[in-house]
Every structure is written in C-alpha cells, then in structure tokens.
Design a protein around this ligand. Structure first.
Ligand SMILES: Cc1cc2nc3c(=O)[nH]c(=O)nc-3n(C[C@H](O)[C@H](O)[C@H](O)COP(=O)(O)OP(=O)(O)OC[C@H]3O[C@@H](n4cnc5c(N)ncnc54)[C@H](O)[C@@H]3O)c2cc1C
Length: 548
C-alpha cells in the first residue's frame, strides 16, 4: 500500500489530526495496534494556539522517545519562562512570577520531565513525524470523515478523499472523533454540551517582529500580561523566543479591526511587524455530556473546550488519548473485558470537568485584576500575590481515577475513594492510591520508575527479598493480559510507593496495591474491565467531580 492509498478496513479509525488525534495514533502505534488517522486539512498549521506542553504530556513524549526533540524544538534554553505583568512593555513592571529556564530545571522530584514551551506549529509536526514512523499507523491528510453507522460488530465510516474527490467506505472496529469542537462525530452521536458556554470573544494576532524584544527592558519571559486603566486586557506570548509572537486580546473583537493599534498599545509605541494571521474566536467552557456511544468515542476539544489560561486544553486531551489507547488496544487484542471501554468516560469526564473549571477560574482571576490607578496604594505589591499561578504542574499531575470500577480500592479505602479529588493529598503528590498516576522515582540505573510502564500491566515488587506474585502472573497469563514484573530493592523507591506490591496499568495509573495477593483472578478480571461495575461502584461518584 502506498502512503496515499486509503485502506478498506482498520482496527481504529481516528478522525482529526490535531495534537490529540496524533497522540492517539502515537500511543496505538507504540502498542502495535493498527490504526488509520484521517485529517481533512493538509496538515500545515498557520496559528500556534497551544504553546505550553505540560509535564504530564512530556512524560508521554518521553514514552514515545520524542521528549528531547520537543524540549529542544525552539525555545532557547537560557530564556526564563516568567509571567510578567506590565502596563505596557516600555512602561512599568507590575509583577513577575519567576519560572526557571530550561537549563535551570535540573532533576525534579515529582516527574522525570519538566513542562516546556513547544508551540503547536512545532509540536504537531513532531507528533506527526513520529506517528508516521510507526509500522501500524497510517496518516492520511486531505481526507475527511463525512459520517458513519455502527452496530455490535463494528463501524462503517464514509470518508472523502478531498484531493481525488473520491468517496470511500472504511470498516473499523472503533472510531474516535478527535475532530475538535466543530467536528462531525459528537454531533452525529447527538451528544450535547454542558458548561458555562461562551466566556469571552477573543482575538489572536500572530505576528513576526525581530525588533520587539529589543524595544523594552523587561527581558525574555513566556507570557507578558497587559494591565492598564481598563484592567488586564491581553497577553503577549513569546512563541519562539526570537521573533514570533502571539497577542491574545481577551474580550474585544474590535482589536481585529485595528491590529496595529493593539500592538502599539502592548509596546507603548508602534514598531515594525508583519502580521502572519489574525483570528477571532470564542473562549468557551464546555464539557460533552457523554464521551461516546458503543464503538464510537470522542476525545480532546471534541469532548471539552476550556479557556487557554493555565494550559489545560491539550494537556487534558493527551491524557484522554493515553487512557483510551490501551483500552482500545486491549479490545482489539482480545484481552479487554466487556466493560473496559465504558470506563473511558467514567474516568476521564470528571477530570475534564475539573480542568475546565480550573481554566475558567484562572481566566476570571486574570480578568478581575483591577485597572491601574483604580486600586489601593499597595496595589502593585499585591498583584504578584493576586496573579493566578496558572495551575501549577504539580496540580495538573495530581489527578486520580478515584472510584473507577477498574481500579481495586484498598481494603480500608471506602472513605478515601469517596473523598473529593485531591483532598488531603497535597503532601503526597502522586501517591500510589489506586487510580492515581504511579509516582516517579529515580532508579539506580538512571531510569525513572515511569520508564518501566508501557504496553501491558507492570507489577512492581518491593523489598529484599521482594514478595512473590506467581498467582497474579498466572491469572494474567491465563487471560492473555500482557504482564511484566519488576523487583525493586531500593528502599527510597519502596518508601515512595508505600506497599510491597503495586500493579500499574499500561497508562501508568495504579490499578491495585497491597502487601500480599488475595484473589488473583478477581484482581486481574477487575483491572481488565471483565467484572461488571458493582452497584456500589455505580453509586459512588468519581472523586474528581469535586468542586475546585
Ligand atoms: C489561544 C489558545 C492557546 C492555547 N494554549 C494551550 C497551551 O498552552 N497548552 C495546552 O495544553 N492547550 C492549549 N490550548 C488548547 C489546545 O490548543 C487544544 O486543546 C488542542 O489544540 C485540541 O486538540 P485537538 O486535537 O483535540 O483538536 P484540534 O486541534 O481542534 O484538531 C482537530 C482536527 O480535526 C480536524 N477535523 C475536523 N473535522 C474533521 C473531519 N470531518 N474529518 C477529518 N478531520 C477533521 C481539523 O481539521 C483539526 O485538524 C490553547 C488554545 C487556544 C485557543
């Protein structure tokens, strides 16, 4: 088959080649699962919407072997990532939230990868190149999904090869709509949106100016927030740390009529620039009421939209891709249980609701910064404290699928499982409670514990000697569940994990933990989604639905 030919069937059809569809293709490809991604555009990106890749997303890039490429793609290692509040670039610095340079990051204790600046115009092509290099992945650009039908056996999708003006039908086991907020999949399923709706009508001005950085004395930062007599009205994002910039005016579409005036207001003077793209867009707070139906699922901005404040949009979408990929892989390979795919919505929708709420809260905090000259005398000193911290990387990491039917709660964990997400966990980020992201710790050979996880379930056995777990391995083998064991004698790593046995899912979340194995078959059947959720599971709200 050539690189342009469209296959008649595939295991997983992905509609949409934005970062979320591409990440799903990468993770399916990493597992060797046959998939076809169709993208209606030609793959070129003219506007860097996303600019920051979260630490959790960088952990996924690390798994795919592209973390260094992403980190070094564009942002100069000596530039700080500060958030700087100014009245204008040549005016007064009102506050500065210090963030380290890439060179200063060093080794972090909660993740092997810091977040980084790799805007979408660089990030998406890296993902696309990696996905295309994987044997089981086919990427087809200028191919549009038009519609689909499904039954118990599979999905039949109608697509158009835009260049050849030819229609095709593709048979797939599963279809995933990563086709963004205006995509066809969610609409065709008749899934509504809940949420606060439109928060503001914003304007993006993407421009080139090699002169701008030298016009002022504030130095390099990642984000410059503009606060004048009207309050905080815009943010300027340094895209490449050299000459590319994106100005986002928060709530004034008139700026699109006079972009040069908006840029002069930012700098405090006119300056040479070339506008590369100009767009108005709705800043929205939405989460889909369901995440799919039967064999058709949705992910990314097709399932939720949030204010970009806090960098949570793609962050959330890539987590969804990771959650879904191993489950679809398990179904295609035949070891996934009948209830496994249903847990995608149960686990992920509450996290999307939480993240969208955080983004809206952050936007509200930015917009409520009072105008210069309107606050009390110590207003400037207060701004640094008032300025939102933009959802710290650790806060973004601190999510768990509490109450998930495919995570085995601890014996004495009823109270903990129904506790609001994050409550009481601040001192223990990434603890090993079932449903949480398994913690990072450095191993003696220089790897992270996260490097141990991947295609199947991983049982970590701590201690010297490490406890045996033959029953669990045998139960997994009988059911065809990919399963590896790793014995770890290092006391510091054992202390971070807490119990002597920890079973980690293919997506790096804790499935079960204990000091000894009870009913091994029941554990394996539960974590692979073969056991029907109990009445108690169905009653228990998933923890992350908590108010934030
Ligand atoms: C100004 C701004 C700044 C942001 N900054 C950040 C940030 O710093 N960090 C972060 O994590 N997030 C950020 N976000 C959010 C992030 O950009 C989005 O969450 C992310 O792009 C969503 O990816 P996606 O793949 O789900 O959807 P999209 O990027 O919208 O991609 C969907 C794709 O589907 C294709 N498509 C649609 N219909 C069809 C069809 N019928 N057939 C085939 N293809 C189809 C489209 O052409 C498109 O390529 C920002 C957003 C904005 C607006």
């Amino acid at each position: 088959m050539t690189d342009t030919e469209i296959p008649a069937k595939t295991a997983v059809l992905i509609a949409g080649g934005g970062p979320v569809g591409l990440a799903l293709a990468c993770e399916l490809g990493h597992r060797g699962v046959d998939c076809l991604l169709v993208e209606k555009r030609d793959g070129s990106i003219t506007l860097p919407r996303m600019s920051a890749v979260s630490a959790r997303n960088m952990e996924f890039c690390r798994r795919w072997g592209i973390a260094d490429e992403v980190r070094n793609a564009i942002w100069p290692p000596s530039h700080p990532g500060d958030f700087i509040y100014v009245d204008n670039l040549r005016g007064t610095e009102l506050a500065r939230i210090k963030k380290p340079t890439l060179a200063e990051w060093g080794k972090l204790d909660y993740t092997p990868e810091g977040g980084c600046q790799c805007p979408q115009i660089y990030f998406d092509p890296i993902l696309a190149r990696h996905a295309a290099s994987l044997a089981s992945v086919k990427l087809r650009y200028l191919v549009r999904l038009d519609g689909f039908e499904q039954d118990e056996g599979g999905v039949r999708a109608q697509i158009t090869d835009v260049a050849a003006e030819a229609q095709h039908t593709i048979a797939a086991r599963y279809l995933v709509g990563c086709d963004g907020p205006a995509g066809v999949v969610r609409k065709a399923l008749g899934i509504g949106l809940g949420g606060r709706g439109v928060l503001a009508r914003s304007v993006n001005i993407f421009f080139r100016s090699a002169e701008l950085a030298a016009l002022h004395d504030k130095g390099w930062g990642r984000i410059y927030r503009l606060v004048d007599r009207t309050g905080c009205w815009a943010e300027l994002i340094a895209i490449d740390g050299r000459e590319l910039w994106r100005l986002t005016v928060f709530d004034d579409v008139a700026a699109a009529e006079a972009p040069a005036a908006a840029l002069a207001r930012v700098a405090g003077t006119g300056f040479p620039h070339t506008i590369l793209s100009l767009s108005t867009w709705e800043r929205r707070d939405f989460v889909a009421e369901r995440y799919g139906e039967g064999r058709v699922l949705i992910a990314g901005d097709a399932a939720h939209e949030c204010s970009p404040t806090g960098g949570l949009g793609m962050h959330t979408g890539l987590e969804e891709a990771m959650n879904l990929a191993w489950k679809l892989g398990a179904m295609v390979e035949g070891w996934g249980g009948a209830h496994l795919v249903d847990t995608y919505e149960m686990e992920r929708r509450p996290i999307a609701m939480r993240n969208v709420a955080i983004a809206t809260r952050t936007f509200g905090a930015i917009r409520s910064i009072p105008g210069t000259g309107t606050g009390p005398a110590d207003w400037r000193g207060d701004l640094g404290r008032m300025a939102p911290t933009e959802g710290s990387e650790q806060e973004k990491m601190d999510y768990a699928y509490d109450g998930s039917p495919i995570c085995v709660p601890d014996a004495a964990d009823g109270a903990r499982a129904s506790r609001p997400h994050g409550a009481g966990t601040a001192a223990l980020p990434r603890a090993t409670r079932p449903g949480a992201c398994a913690p990072h710790a450095w191993l003696a050979d220089g790897r992270s514990t996260l490097d141990l996880f991947g295609k199947g379930f991983t049982l970590l056995r701590f201690g010297a000697p490490a406890p045996g777990a033959a029953a669990l391995a045998a139960a997994a083998q009988t059911r065809g569940v990919p399963f590896t064991e790793v014995a770890i004698a290092d006391e510091a790593v054992a202390a971070r994990y807490g119990t002597r046995l920890v079973l980690v899912r293919p997506d790096g979340h804790v499935a079960w933990r204990g000091d000894g194995i009870g009913d091994a078959a029941a554990i394996i059947d539960r974590v692979r989604g073969a056991a029907a959720p109990s009445a108690q599971d169905q009653r228990r709200p998933l923890g992350a639905t908590a108010e934030v």
